[in-house]
Design a binder for this molecule. Structure first.
Ligand SMILES: [Zn+2]
Length: 415
């Protein structure tokens, strides 16, 4: 009798009766098989609604679930797996207290896998736990899905950021939502369009949508449309880094144009010097090396329009660094300057910035950027690279939610 309660404790199972324990050879190795059954009150329940249901049949008979190893020996739980008939969910295999539905592993084993996966690489997890990566993918999806239903992840959302993550060399997209106040990833779904984002706001429900005050995003029209439709009371803040990137692109267009003009007019030496000067133009002035500073001075001397383009980019960057009302004033002055610059890419950019002026102003006044989302996107791409065995977006999203969304379960002895 004492041995049985030791085993129960060892396996970390609850509402479970241990009947017997034995050693057995399976697939050429010796394993421990623990015969169990659910306690009386935990039998015949539907795995979906946890309702007690009438029995249906014996199902496929006995099943086994892998449990955490005992030292170096693998441990399996073995039990009958009868089916029940739920008035709502039909004929289903009855729930067992030691494992999640449709899993071949115990809950404790799965929680340990999830804990390991967010902290270490796939080879370590696979070798240490003696489990295939495909099985790990299924486990993290199950754990993540269950944990996401615990509590209300969307309670008290006030300031959120929306972005898209591209992976598989930009062939696949996931839309992500981050809570600016907790820094956590709160939602991720494949796709990048209005319909995808609407799903998030539908999950949120109108009441919690109304409580959202600020939304940071890049200039994607689909985000603006969905936000205006679902959260009409929220203020959209256009990510400043995104606009600085536009300015950098405009500067590069001017540089290429200048380079082509110089080459065509036979000024090859100047042209090649310009080519090597591209990093000096791109870098923030405070990060320039002495050589790059000299290069910039040379550009200022020999090529005034290009230097003007450089200053335009820098002034816009400065406006976003200053933020607040002064930042607003700087952006306004910048638009006027860019319009008069006679540099086509910047004249065009001035029009775009003017069109987005209100959302840019909101970002400056509220000091909200998408930097956290960019960081989250980068981390997700790293996760995708590390876990390249993932065949679809679902395991990637599940892993991201465990790691970046704070859904990872504690270890059995921590809970
Ligand atoms: Zn049910």
């Amino acid at each position: 009798m004492r041995g049985r309660s030791v085993w129960k404790r060892l396996l970390g199972v609850e509402r479970t009766v241990v009947d017997r324990v034995g050693l057995e050879t399976a697939d050429g190795e010796e394993v421990i098989v623990v015969r169990v059954r659910p306690q009386r009150g935990s039998r015949s329940t539907c795995p979906h609604c946890e309702r007690r249901c009438p029995g249906f049949d014996a199902g496929d008979g006995e099943r086994r679930w892998r449990a955490p190893d005992a030292g170096i020996v693998k441990v399996f739980l073995e039990a009958e797996a009868p089916r029940v008939e739920c008035p709502e969910h039909g004929v289903v295999v009855a729930a067992v207290p030691w494992a999640r539905h449709r899993s071949a592993f115990t809950r404790t084993f799965e929680d340990h896998i999830a804990w390991l996966v967010v902290r270490t690489d796939r080879t370590t997890v696979s070798s240490l736990m003696r489990i295939s990566w495909r099985a790990v993918s299924n486990i993290i999806e199950r754990v993540s899905s269950e944990r996401s239903k615990l509590g209300d992840r969307f309670a008290n959302l006030r300031r959120i950021g929306i972005d898209e993550v591209s992976y598989r060399k930009g062939h696949r997209y996931v839309t992500i939502v981050v809570d600016h106040d907790t820094g956590r990833l709160i939602w991720a779904t494949p796709g990048k369009d209005e319909a995808t984002l609407r799903k998030f706001f539908d999950e949120l429900g109108p009441e919690r949508c109304d409580r959202i005050e600020l939304v940071s995003a890049d200039a994607a029209p689909w985000i603006k449309t969905a936000v205006n439709e679902k959260c009409p009371g929220a203020t959209l803040c256009l990510d400043p880094f995104h606009i600085v990137r536009w300015a950098t692109d405009a500067l590069d267009k001017v540089r290429r144009q200048t380079w082509n003009d110089l080459r065509r007019s036979g000024q090859r030496q100047l042209a090649s010097s310009l080519k090597s000067g591209r990093y000096a133009l791109w870098k923030n002035p405070e990060n320039l090396t002495e050589l790059q500073k000299a290069k910039l001075a040379e550009i200022q001397r020999a090529n005034r329009p290009l230097h003007r383009a450089y200053l335009l980019k820098e002034q816009l960057r400065e406006a976003f660094k200053v933020k607040g009302v002064v930042g607003l004033w700087l952006v306004d002055a910048w638009i006027k300057w860019a319009q008069r610059s006679r540099l086509e890419p910047f004249v065009k950019l001035a029009r775009t910035v003017r069109a987005h002026a209100f959302d840019i102003g909101s970002a400056l006044v509220h000091g909200l950027s998408n930097a956290r989302l960019e960081a989250t996107a980068t981390k997700m791409r790293v996760l995708h690279r590390q876990a390249f065995g993932f065949h679809s977006a679902q395991p990637l999203i599940a892993l991201a939610m465990l790691k970046l969304g704070g859904l990872c379960p504690p270890l059995a002895w921590q809970s």
